[in-house]
Design a protein around this ligand. Structure first.
Ligand SMILES: [Mn+2]
Length: 351
């Protein structure tokens, strides 16, 4: 037993966002750096925003077996701050007596940077660089300090894919964005039914260079998932189009869509913003069960305070969008009341 424990202690516990390429690539980069060979599920916490507190509680139960914890691409939102009874108590429990680093680009993490640092957490935050890029830069720096100046082109490319995908706009079509879109199809398919095993397999395949070929196209064993997404997504996008409703609040046109969990989180919401950019200013994408985190985006140059609005709902984000969670499923019988609640909140923040 003791021997197993001492081996385990050398590996970090990785807590990273589970719902987009940045979070998955951030995990793969950490796994590569620490030569985490086996895909041991105990070493991995996959964070969905609608289950963020549960994810960090699970991390706290595992934490005794680790002396190092990494958090990647997770917004320290009000729900997470308040988890554990009093403000920061769950985070404090995780950080106590361990080395902990938090790589991120979200507003909530920046807002609480000082508090995290007081708890001994090393916060690596930048508004303009995604978590995977921050991790890649940090790894490059530590390699140089050890005078092992070996830039790894594969890792650099993965970080660039995450970066391009996370900062894409409606009009760009860079190859790295397209690769990110393909990865996102697999990630969305996995999240549709909380398939954390598939997310771990994907992270391991990215670590092992077994997901993409030398031109960074998906290898057949992974392409099959993207193909399945494509086969089913047409109907889901059509269903989303059929549900679109637009309301006027103050000077803003507010669009609502009711979306299949297959298109969680960015595929559905980004589709609405792109498809209806001439008809609305604010885009609310509400998801069907089991997804309980819902996305609100604004137009790219909008001055509407979308992140503060989301934070008032316990959620958060960065730039022109983010999400908030409800502790119940949105179903046809409560859809209208959720919509009314959001419209009144949007009205408050429009003034
Ligand atoms: Mn992310």
């Amino acid at each position: 037993m003791e021997k197993v424990d001492s081996i385990t202690k050398m590996k970090p516990l990785i807590i990273a966002h589970a719902e987009d390429p940045d979070g998955i690539i951030a995990r793969a980069l950490k796994m590569r750096h620490y030569s985490m060979t086996a895909g041991n599920p105990d070493e991995h916490i996959f964070v969905r925003y609608d289950r963020i507190v549960e994810a960090f509680q699970e991390a706290a139960t595992q934490a005794d077996r680790y002396d190092t914890i990494f958090v990647g691409d997770v917004d320290l939102n009000p729900k997470l701050v308040q988890a554990g009874g009093s403000d920061f108590s769950l985070i404090e429990k995780l950080a106590k007596g361990r080395s902990m680093a938090w790589y991120d680009h979200h507003s909530g993490t920046l807002k609480h940077k000082e508090k995290l640092e007081q708890l001994g957490i090393n916060v690596i935050h930048h508004d303009n660089y995604c978590a995977a890029m921050l991790i890649d830069v940090a790894h490059g720096l530590s390699e140089r300090l050890l005078q092992r100046n070996q830039d790894d082109p594969y890792e650099k490319r993965l970080a660039k894919i995450a970066q391009a995908h996370d900062y894409k706009n409606n009009s760009s079509e860079h190859k790295n964005i397209k690769i990110g879109d393909e990865l996102e199809k697999i990630i969305s398919l996995a999240n549709e039914n909380l398939n954390y095993g598939l997310l771990l397999d994907l992270s391991c395949a990215l670590r092992d260079e077994k997901c993409l070929d030398e031109d960074f196209n998906l290898l057949p064993s992974w392409q099959q998932y993207a193909t399945e997404f494509d086969r089913r997504s047409g109907e889901a996008y059509q269903e989303l189009d059929n549900a679109v409703e637009i309301s006027t609040i103050e000077d803003n046109q507010v669009l609502f869509g009711y979306c299949s969990p297959l298109l969680s989180q960015k595929p559905g919401s980004f589709y609405l913003r792109k498809q209806y950019q001439d008809q609305a200013d604010i885009f609310v994408c509400l998801f069907k069960s089991p997804v309980r985190n819902h996305i609100i985006l604004t137009k790219e140059k909008s001055s509407f305070p979308v992140v503060p609005l989301l934070q008032s709902l316990g959620g958060g984000g960065r730039g022109n969008g983010g999400g908030f969670s409800l502790d119940f499923d949105i179903v046809p019988v409560n859809y209208t009341s959720v919509k009314e609640m959001l419209l009144s909140r949007i009205e408050q923040y429009s003034k």
